[in-house]
Design a protein around this ligand. Structure first.
Ligand SMILES: Cc1cc2nc3c(=O)[nH]c(=O)nc-3n(C[C@H](O)[C@H](O)[C@H](O)COP(=O)(O)OP(=O)(O)OC[C@H]3O[C@@H](n4cnc5c(N)ncnc54)[C@H](O)[C@@H]3O)c2cc1C
Length: 401
């Protein structure tokens, strides 16, 4: 590990070694782009470890055994809370971030052209044909910068603000949070049903937002149990504790908490990209959350970041114009409609999700959330949802457009 020196030039700089940064680094490596070119990975957090867990669904694992994962083939049906429904052809996977970081760093550290630097980047500015990167450990220049650091710190990043605002939905968009407080619990008695995950259990107080319990059983005695909220106000521990305790008390009183998971994910259309490609001369490229990786209505981003990293690395290799994390307009609109409902008719969120699960096969819902459904399948989905509610939301959406 070395500090960046004043006159140093890297071909690629990654600002942030989280999910999107490491996925991109791996994709550049896989495409052979690090054989000739150097890369600096700047990460501000020197103690980055198991700071979260990730779930995603897919026909197969993204790691084929190289990272420890748990997986499930069934979901509990939220509409009746007793039936386990198959999600074939998908499986639902879970991994720890620390295992992913270790896997990625291990692969990357074999390349002599990759340099990890613990530093907080404070500015990125264009200077001639390259970018000037300023950090608390020095300055360097770079041909490309891929940035997953969230705006916030960005206000002071004079050079980056323009690139960030370009291509985004400038109109005011709904801003909600997916916030969660959860426990990894171990019980003395076998109380969990290991074969099925619970995506949404709605039998909890809604507290003027949409709330549900999420449960991932790792064995009959161990599970991750999380209270999740979609709402304007973030969930706090004080509110979550009694609801988690109540959920657990229905299963058992004899359990210990081994880990906590607390987090927030922005749910907003404000980060949506409106064009499929970035500017021809784009050098400063937002990836991950600020690049629009998070699906506004679900908070899922992990698999999308992996897919985008591959597309980006392929385009770089071929010298093509770089893709953005653009999503087809229909799916951006569906997300905006649901976000509007969750924000303005919070008391009906539960009903919308329960209707969705009661009327659609799980696999179709997952395909829809992957944005791979056909218009025909989308009609099947929306025709069973509360019509007047969605029409009102659509009217609002069209007036804004
Ligand atoms: C607790 C939690 C659980 C989640 N679970 C799931 C899930 O199950 N499935 C799913 O698909 N998505 C999930 N998400 C959403 C999303 O996948 C994650 O937030 C993911 O980590 C986003 O990747 P990223 O690269 O955008 O950001 P991060 O992974 O947060 O990486 C950004 C990195 O940039 C660093 N950084 C910030 N500022 C600077 C700076 N100025 N200089 C240098 N470095 C800097 C940060 O320290 C951080 O390491 C979850 C999010 C959270 C918060």
């Amino acid at each position: 590990m070395r500090a960046a020196s004043h006159h140093h030039h890297y071909h690629y700089t990654l600002v942030g070694a989280g999910a999107s940064g490491l996925w991109l680094a791996l994709a550049l490596l896989d495409e052979g782009l690090l054989e000739k070119h150097s890369m600096c990975i700047a990460e501000a957090d020197s103690r980055k470890g198991n700071d979260r867990t990730w779930c995603y669904w897919g026909r197969e694992s993204l790691f084929s055994g190289a990272v420890p994962e748990d997986s499930w083939s069934h979901f509990l049906q939220p509409a009746d809370d007793t039936t386990a429904e198959a999600i074939a052809p998908y499986r639902y996977f879970h991994l720890r971030s620390s295992d992913f970081y270790a896997y990625a760093k291990n692969k990357l550290s074999r390349s002599p052209n990759v340099h990890f630097v613990h530093t907080s980047v404070s500015d990125i500015a264009e200077k001639g044909d390259s970018l000037q990167i300023t950090s608390d450990r020095g300055t360097w220049s770079s041909t490309y910068a891929f940035v997953s650091a969230m705006p916030g710190g960005l206000a002071s990043w004079k050079g980056a603000v323009g690139a960030f605002l370009q291509n985004r939905r400038a109109r005011d968009s709904t801003m909600l949070w997916q916030s969660f407080v959860g426990w990894r619990v171990r019980s003395t008695k076998p109380v969990f049903k290991k074969e099925r995950a619970t995506l949404m259990h709605f039998d909890v107080a809604q507290q003027a937002s949409t709330q549900f319990i999420y449960e991932l059983p790792f064995s009959e005695n161990e599970a991750l149990v999380e209270l999740t909220r979609f709402g304007r106000e973030k969930l706090n521990e004080e509110e979550a504790l009694p609801l988690l305790e109540e959920y657990m008390s229905e299963l058992t009183d004899d359990y210990v908490i081994s880990e906590w998971e607390i987090g927030q994910i922005p749910m907003t259309s404000a980060l949506d990209m409106r064009q499929k490609r970035l500017r021809r001369d784009a050098r400063l490229i937002f990836i991950g959350t600020p690049g629009g990786a998070v699906k506004p209505t679900t908070g899922y981003a992990f698999k999308r970041m992996e897919q985008y990293a591959r597309r980006l690395a392929k385009a770089i290799k071929k010298g093509q114009r770089l893709p953005s994390m653009y999503r087809p307009w229909r799916f951006r609109m569906y997300d905006a409609l649901l976000l509007h409902i969750l924000a303005n008719h919070a008391q009906r969120g539960r009903e919308v999700f329960l209707r969705l699960f009661a009327t659609q096969p799980m696999a179709r819902i997952l395909k829809f959330l992957d944005e791979e459904t056909t218009v025909f399948e989308e009609i099947l989905i929306f025709s069973r949802l509360p019509k007047r509610l969605f029409l009102r939301s659509l009217t609002h959406y069209l007036r804004r457009a």
